[in-house]
Design a protein around this ligand. Structure first.
Ligand code: NOJ
Length: 842
């Protein structure tokens, strides 16, 4: 029976012939924002409404400016990347990406850094920050954009996603969670990119994913519940198709799941080139076309839009009901009011297309030469947060002979290109798409300009001089003689290796976003082995977007310490020194598994198209990353959740308390009740309301909402050929019962060593029913002084003890299925000294 359920696929998502747009009236704390938005929207003309849905294409911030309404003195809405800081400007910070936030397992740091990032967006005048990222989830370790996101574990990812949204929005900037959904690799995400810019052979449509409904809910959708629950204002729909329908025009995914089941209150915006239709995308639930233009990154799409004038025409001829347009704009404006952006929000003060002080207001049209960059310094004290994230996320994987922390070493050898600066400077390559010098972020749109980059060599040298250490270094991985000489003289050899990945529009060494392998780049393994021949205290420091294979040297007795540092952002060297010298006791843990070989993982990127529309079938189901290693009995090199400290911890006394929550069965998923869709009183229109006004002169490549002269309104289209059933959505985050805490698991954690430290204590559940052997469902990070014991409590919400039932389309508690729950607590997914059970009767 369960197997049967497991095999049922997502409901057929071929081009929908009926649409189910949920109409929100503002759930919970959104109600005031909705009232204001409705009032605002109902006062707009048709073309003003369309203006808010369609970016102008040639504006200052990547062209993503929407809704300038001179009549109301409304300056419009500006969108910009990114997860690591405000993209395309100066005097802003380069934060650590989602990877390091997840490695920290620290809710407070995730919130604090996200707040700081949001505050910088706001101070630069950006209303909408295109972050945080939880898609890709990280199905395959090779995935190019995994570093922008958190973890292939949906629970860790969900907690991090929720904190990041809350932190960012507390600053006043709107957070757009991206990329929704099942966008798990870079290869074949866009036709233009793959066929014309990259390697071929040609494809005709972006890749399409097939994934069973239970896996979809329990892995890939799971984190989105948390982010929506925390009030996320926007969602970006992704490039890929699902069941051969583009996500951005997928009624099931946007209308039924995101806005219906999850009760998402905000707006759905497209990615560059992820919108493939005008009418379908509007009816399926897309609310805003963020780039405005039709084609990715403007390639042959300048000035052309699926919306803009086409949306105006579609409303006039009845292809799209006006209430859908009203709903789109209400959602966009509700987000604006939800974040109080009507109250003195800073003016946009930079142009992401250039760092020059003067430039064109409309760069593609070469019009309006003026001051476009005001070089506002928005960094405040954020370097301290970044340094703290870097230090508290570093994962210590090996530490024998008490190699670390360093204690005034007599002579230090620093080896490897990754220790030093790039000869082109920290921003020398387009969107960071080169590996030269130390790597502190991946490449693509998830990057930002470094205001500076503290490389490890400078930071270590500064510290070593205080101690009177001798420092020698070799920054050329191929300088074999010099490496041999320097490493044989030193008392400790800090050896830096790296790997990189990024977004598919740029490549390094034929890595088209996704990594081609899981090994260290640039002779990394050879270099470590060479150093270890001469140096009995070889410390390996890794900067990489995910796991790398270490088998060639990890058991070498001269490799006495290994530190995985991820991509720490601008304070890279300083945060590393904090850990190497013990000013910060390492407390990061792996947010994924380090396998012994690539084939140990159950998943990989599809590198060669398997058809004109590449098909990705997620046949591994729930069993990705550690879930697969556990299921298949594969011994990893370092398991999910692993990480050492300079002290030791012990775990005692597990106790489970049932909380008297109201018994409730989460209601059925999809929005179900039909509603009256009329949002604004209808107004009579005359042609002057939608034809190009004689008073303005048209700019090249600027997307206007007015009908082009060639457009005629044919009323024959007024009878829609599709069924459109407006619905009421669920409350924000889905059924509130899913968030009831049903059990509290209490344990004692003791620091048994001699220095203070933080311990990421982890709770895993065995839910039976074909679920993974164990899955993470709780973590806490107590700080403990030497000898100190603390009580640590894990709250288990209803959703945490439930599985997705594909037949009833509900989350069902496994105890209601007659299954007792195994509860395990400890230091990693494979070091779980405490065990108890939640019985069926409880
Ligand atoms: C494409 C990327 O996929 C997305 O993450 C980003 O926000 C947009 N480009 C804008 O740069």
């Amino acid at each position: 029976m369960l197997l049967l359920l497991f095999l049922i696929l997502l409901s057929p998502l071929a081009q929908a012939d009926s649409y189910h747009p949920p109409i929100s009236s503002g759930y919970g704390n959104w109600s005031t924002a909705y009232e204001k938005a409705r009032h605002f929207v109902c006062g707009l003309t048709l073309t003003e409404k369309v203006n808010l849905t369609t970016a102008v294409g040639t504006g200052q911030t990547l062209g993503y400016t929407l809704g300038i309404i001179p009549r109301l003195n409304f300056r419009g809405i500006s969108n910009d990347d990114s997860p690591t800081g405000v993209r395309g400007t100066d005097y802003s910070s380069a934060f650590a990406p989602g990877l390091n936030l997840a490695m920290s397992w620290d809710r407070n740091l995730i919130y604090a850094q996200s707040y700081a990032n949001g505050a910088e967006h706001k101070a630069k005048g950006i209303n909408v920050a295109l972050a945080p990222v939880s898609g890709p989830l990280g199905r395959s370790p090779e995935g190019g954009r995994n570093w922008e996101a958190f973890s292939p574990d949906p629970y860790l990812s969900g907690i991090a996603f929720g904190e990041a949204v809350s932190g960012m929005q507390a600053s006043g900037a709107a957070a757009v969670g991206k990329h929704f959904i099942l966008y798990e690799q870079e290869h074949f995400r866009e036709v233009v990119e793959w066929n014309e810019w990259l390697a071929g052979p040609n494809i005709t449509e972006p890749y399409s994913v097939t994934c069973d409904d239970r896996t979809f809910h329990e892995l890939y959708l799971f984190p989105w519940y948390d982010a929506v629950h925390r009030g996320m204002a926007g969602v970006m729909c992704s490039y890929n198709q699902v069941n051969n329908t583009q996500v951005c025009q997928n009624d099931h995914l946007l209308n039924e799941v995101l806005k219906g089941e999850l009760g998402f209150q905000g707006f759905v915006t497209s990615d560059d080139g992820s919108q493939h239709s005008g009418i379908d995308s509007a009816l399926a639930g897309m609310d805003q076309t963020s780039p405005g233009e039709t084609s990715p990154n403007g390639v042959d799409g300048f000035g052309e839009s699926f919306w803009g004038p086409n949306l105006t025409l579609s409303v006039l001829n009845g292809s799209i009901p006006e209430w859908r347009l009203d709903d789109m704009v209400t959602r966009i404006m509700a987000a604006y009011y939800y974040l109080d952006q009507d109250d003195n929000y800073p003016e946009l003060n930079f142009a992401s297309s250039s760092l020059e002080t003067y430039g064109y207001e409309y760069p593609k049209a070469d019009v309006d030469w003026q001051q476009v960059n005001y070089h506002v310094d928005v960094r405040k004290n954020h370097s301290q947060i970044i340094r703290s994230v870097g230090a508290n996320s570093a994962v210590l994987l090996k530490n024998t002979n008490n190699t670390l922390p360093l204690r005034r070493p007599k002579q230090i050898a620093i080896i490897g290109e990754d220790a030093g600066p790039s000869k082109y400077g920290p921003n020398g390559c387009e969107d960071r798409a080169c590996v030269d010098g130390t790597v502190a972020m991946g490449w693509g749109s998830g990057t930002t300009n470094f205001p500076y980059l503290v490389d490890p060599l400078s930071a270590i040298q500064r510290r070593a001089l205080e101690d009177g250490s001798v420092v020698q270094y070799v920054l050329d991985n191929w300088a074999i003689d010099q490496i041999g000489s320097v490493s044989s003289q030193a008392s400790v050899c800090l050896t830096f290796i790296n790997a990189d990945s990024g977004e598919g529009y740029l490549e390094i060494d034929k890595n088209y976003g996704d990594r081609n392998n899981l090994t260290a780049w640039k002779r990394g393994d050879e270099m470590v082995k060479q150093v270890a021949v001469n140096c009995t205290q070889t410390v390996v420091i890794i900067h990489a977007p995910g796991p790398i294979l270490m088998e060639e040297w990890i058991e070498n007795p001269n490799v006495t310490a290994v530190l995985f540092a991820g991509f720490p952002g601008q304070e890279s060297g300083n945060s590393l020194v904090d850990v190497l010298y013990g000013d910060v006791n390492p407390s990061g843990k792996l947010p994924w598994t380090v396998g012994k070989k690539r084939s140990d993982y159950s998943t990989d990127v599809l590198y060669e198209p398997n058809g004109l529309v590449p098909q990705l079938n997620f046949t591994e189901g729930l069993f990705i990353d550690y879930r697969h290693f556990d299921q298949s009995g594969i011994q990893p090199r370092f398991e999910f959740g692993y990480g050492l400290s300079y002290t030791n911890f012990s775990y005692h006394d597990i106790r489970i308390d049932e909380v008297l929550a109201p018994s409730a069965t989460p209601s059925s998923s999809a929005a179900s009740t039909a509603v009256n869709p009329s949002l604004c009183p209808s107004k009579s229109l005359n042609p002057s309301d939608y034809t190009f006004p004689a008073t303005i002169s048209s700019l090249t490549d600027y997307i206007y909402p007015y009908l082009a002269p060639s457009m005629t309104i044919t009323t024959s289209l007024a009878t829609p050929t599709v069924t459109i059933q407006p619905r009421t959505p669920s409350p924000q985050g889905g059924d509130p019962a899913l968030y009831d805490v049903l059990y509290k698991v209490k344990v004692k954690v003791q620091n048994t060593g001699s220095v203070a430290g933080q311990e990421v204590s982890q709770l895993y559940l065995d839910l039976g029913n074909g679920e993974p052997v164990r899955q993470l469902r709780g973590f806490q990070k107590p700080l403990l002084k030497p000898g100190q014991t603390k009580d640590v409590t894990f709250d288990l919400r209803r959703r945490d003890v439930s599985i997705w039932d594909v037949v009833s389309q509900k989350w069902v508690e496994v105890t209601d299925l007659g299954t007792k729950i195994g509860v395990y607590v400890g230091a990693s997914s494979r070091d779980l000294p405490l065990h108890d059970e939640i019985s069926v009767s409880s």
